[in-house]
Design a protein around this ligand. Structure first.
Ligand code: 3EB
Length: 347
C-alpha cells in the first residue's frame, strides 16, 4: 500500500468554524485561519498524530473506487494543540477537536468505553461541554467480534456505558456518524464547544436512535440526528451551522427499501430534507432558520457496494447543486441491509 498524500481536498471542507470578523483580533491569525483538525481519508490507517503542529486523524476509507480526500476544520482564533495519551487535540477557546485511534481488539466494548470516558473527561476538564459532532469510523462494522457479536453492536455497548457514566456532565447526545472503514480498529474524532451554543435535533420521520428497540443491539446507538451550533456571540440569533448526522434509509426504526439502492438514496435525501427543514428546526426551538436538502454541503456519501456508486452519484448529483462538495466512500454501513448513508453540513 502506498502512503501518498491525498490527491484531492474537499474544498468545502475548508471550514471556518466561527465567523472570522467578530472574534479574531485584527492581524492575529493568517487570513484563512488556523487548522483545528484534519481527517485524512486514505488507503491505510495511522495513529492519530500532530502533523504540521495540527491534529491529524488518518483513516482507511478509500480504495480503487474513490478518491482520497482530507477534511479540514479551520478557525480564525489562535489554536493550542497537544497530545493526551493516545489522543491529539486542538482548542481555540471556543472549540475543541479531539482525535484518537483504537487498534484492532478482540472485543471492543471495554476499550471503547475507556476511549469515550477519556474523551468526555478531557472535553469536560477543558470546558468544552457542548458536544457538537462525533465521527465513529469502525473497521469490520458488520463483522463478528471474537465472541461472535457484531462489532457495531459491541461498539455501541461501550459507547453507551461511557455516556451513561457521564450523564450528569453530558446529558445530551450530539450529531454523529457510525460507519465502516476498510481496516480493523476504530477511529474516533469529535468537535465540541463551550456551553450554550449547541441545539440537538431529532428527525420527525425516525425513532431517536437512543430509543431503538433491542433487536438492533443490547445498547442503543448514542447520537442525535443533527446538531445546530449557534454562531459565537449570537445566543439569541438563529445563525449558525447545522451538522447533519449520518443518515440512512430508516423510517421509524425500520430499514426501508432493503433491495433498492436507488430508493434508499432517495429516502435518505427525504429524511435529510425533513430533518433540516424549518418546521423541524422551529419544533426544536430554532425559529427563523431552516434549510432544504439542497443546502447540504461538505457531503459525505457512504456506499456499501462499489457497483452501486454510479446510481448513487446520479441521484445525489441530480438532487444537490453542481457546486456542492461531495465525497464518496465505498464502505459498509452499520446494518447489513443499509446500502447507503449520507451526511453533511448546512450553513
Ligand atoms: C442510523 O440511522 C444509521 O452509531 O454513531 C448513523 C449515525 C448511524 C450515527 C452512530 C449510526 C451512528 O441508525 C446509522
Amino acid at each position: 500500500m502506498s502512503n501518498r498524500q491525498p490527491e484531492a481536498r474537499l474544498q468545502g471542507l475548508w471550514s471556518d468554524l466561527v465567523p472570522v470578523t467578530t472574534v479574531a483580533p485584527e492581524g492575529s491569525v493568517a487570513p484563512r485561519g488556523s487548522i483545528l483538525g484534519r481527517i485524512r481519508f486514505t488507503d491505510v490507517p495511522a495513529e492519530a498524530a500532530l502533523d504540521d503542529a495540527a491534529p491529524l486523524l488518518t483513516t482507511h476509507m478509500t480504495n480503487e473506487h474513490v478518491r482520497p480526500v482530507e477534511e479540514i476544520w479551520r478557525t480564525a482564533l489562535p489554536v493550542r494543540t497537544g497530545v493526551a495519551g493516545d489522543a491529539v487535540f486542538a482548542e481555540d477557546g471556543e472549540h475543541l477537536f479531539y482525535a484518537v485511534r483504537l487498534g484492532p481488539q478482540p472485543v471492543y466494548r471495554r476499550p471503547v468505553r475507556e476511549l469515550y470516558a477519556n474523551a468526555l473527561e478531557f472535553a469536560w476538564e477543558h470546558g468544552y461541554t457542548d458536544l457538537v459532532r462525533m465521527w465513529n469510523l469502525i473497521g469490520g462494522i458488520t463483522s463478528p467480534n471474537a465472541e461472535g457479536m457484531e462489532i457495531y453492536r459491541d461498539f455501541c455497548v461501550g459507547r453507551a456505558e461511557a455516556f451513561a457514566a457521564s450523564a450528569d456532565r453530558f446529558p445530551q447526545l450530539s450529531a454523529a456518524t457510525g460507519i465502516g472503514t476498510l481496516s480493523p480498529g476504530v477511529d474516533v474524532c469529535f468537535l465540541a464547544a463551550k456551553p450554550g451554543r449547541a441545539v440537538h435535533l431529532e428527525n420527525p420521520r425516525q425513532t431517536p436512535a437512543y430509543k431503538y428497540p433491542s433487536q438492533y443491539g443490547p445498547k442503543s446507538p448514542s447520537f442525535a440526528r443533527a446538531t445546530f451550533l449557534k454562531d459565537v456571540g449570537a445566543p439569541e440569533s438563529a445563525t449558525g451551522t447545522l451538522f447533519v448526522s449520518g443518515t440512512a434509509s430508516i423510517l421509524g426504526d425500520d430499514t426501508v427499501h432493503p433491495d433498492s439502492v436507488a430508493l434508499q438514496t432517495e429516502e435518505t435525501l427525504r429524511n435529510i430534507g425533513a430533518l433540516v427543514g424549518g418546521d423541524n428546526l422551529s419544533g426544536h426551538g430554532l425559529d427563523g432558520v431552516g434549510y432544504d436538502v439542497k443546502d447540504l454541503d461538505q457531503v459525505k456519501v457512504y456506499v456499501r457496494d462499489a457497483e452501486h456508486l454510479p446510481v448513487v452519484r446520479n441521484i445525489v448529483e441530480s438532487t444537490l447543486p453542481a457546486d456542492t462538495d461531495v465525497s464518496y466512500f465505498n464502505v459498509a454501513v452499520c446494518r447489513p441491509d443499509l446500502l447507503v448513508e449520507i451526511e453533511g453540513v448546512c450553513r
